[in-house]
Design a protein around this ligand. Structure first.
Ligand SMILES: Cc1cc2nc3c(=O)[nH]c(=O)nc-3n(C[C@H](O)[C@H](O)[C@H](O)COP(=O)(O)O)c2cc1C
Length: 278
């Protein structure tokens, strides 16, 4: 694996960043710069001990107010897992990866702790939901980095949230507990590729927010990304609705995707199961 800053940032951003190049990069930084999602795995199992070690590392992530509002479910029962996976035939890795975890925001535990100590706690607020979601996301990303660090591959699975009735029933989620994402885990079957990121010129701001260069930067990003991994004409989203674009870049793809938003069923589920968002 490359450890050269220029090479790694060029792969990640498609441009040379004005970063001080001090020679070989610290291996952890190099690994994160080169990280990627993996959706295909060999048959080699991931041992329970390894998963538990990675979870211990992941649970070392920062936690808002030390409230520690995450719960991780190791979904080992094949029949339960298939009941979820069958909803997502376009993502066969959900049912077939050697291991599958679900990272949940857990706003329930704090209410139970309050009950134990005789303090009434209402944690179904927007703040309670947001804190729990952030805690779960931090733990999941720490798990991903740890897993990738020992040669495993991962794929987060947020589409679970589009099938909340099944997911909540299969995992017996009580009110106040919701999935942030599932996570496929296994030994990568292929090297995979680095997904090019938007340039820091538009994602990093100094002192004040400034997106005045957004359009020019997005156009340039689209072209860089297209030059590396063009999205084929047959992969254009919903041509029946949007037609075929002559040039189909990241921004057209993401705008089409976001024009048909997901999440309505998830919003309905959490409102009925513990969250008022007030
Ligand atoms: C919160 C979250 C949810 C995601 N959900 C899915 C999913 O449901 N299915 C899937 O195949 N990939 C999913 N992904 C993977 C993203 O598509 C992937 O991270 C993105 O394309 C960038 O690629 P990279 O991680 O290789 O840089 C998810 C990623 C995140 C962070």
């Amino acid at each position: 694996m490359a450890s050269n800053l220029k090479e790694l940032t060029a792969r990640r951003f498609g441009i040379e960043l004005a970063l001080a190049d001090t020679g070989a990069l610290e291996p952890f930084l190099a690994r994160v710069l080169a990280r990627r999602t993996h959706r295909r795995y060999t048959d080699m199992p991931v041992s329970e001990q390894q998963i538990d070690l990675l979870l211990a590392v992941a649970l070392s992530a920062s936690a808002k107010s030390d409230f520690q509002q995450v719960s991780v479910i190791k979904l080992k029962d094949a029949a339960r897992r298939q009941r979820i996976a069958q909803h997502f035939p376009a993502m066969p890795w959900i049912g077939s990866s050697p291991a599958f975890l679900v990272f949940c925001g857990d706003a329930r535990r704090l209410e139970r702790v309050g009950a134990m100590r005789g303090h009434a706690i209402v944690n179904g607020t927007l703040e309670g939901f947001f804190n729990a979601a952030v805690d779960a996301a931090l733990v999941m990303q720490t798990f991903i980095l740890a897993a990738e660090g020992v040669g495993l591959g991962c794929c987060p699975i947020s589409v679970l949230r589009n099938q909340m009735p099944t997911v909540a029933e299969v995992l017996r989620l009580p009110d106040g507990v919701f999935p942030v994402a599932g996570l496929c885990l296994g030994h990568p079957a292929a090297e995979g590729f680095v997904s090019m990121r938007l340039p820091p010129a538009i994602t990093v701001h100094t002192d004040v927010y400034d997106d005045s260069r957004l359009e020019a930067e997005i156009d340039a990003y689209d072209k860089r990304r297209h030059a590396r991994h063009a999205i084929g004409r047959d992969q254009q989203r919903n041509p029946a609705k949007f037609g075929h674009a002559e040039f189909y870049g990241w921004s057209e793809d993401k705008a089409r995707q976001a024009a048909e938003p997901e999440g309505a069923l998830f919003a309905e589920h959490v409102r009925r199961h513990g969250f008022t968002f007030r």
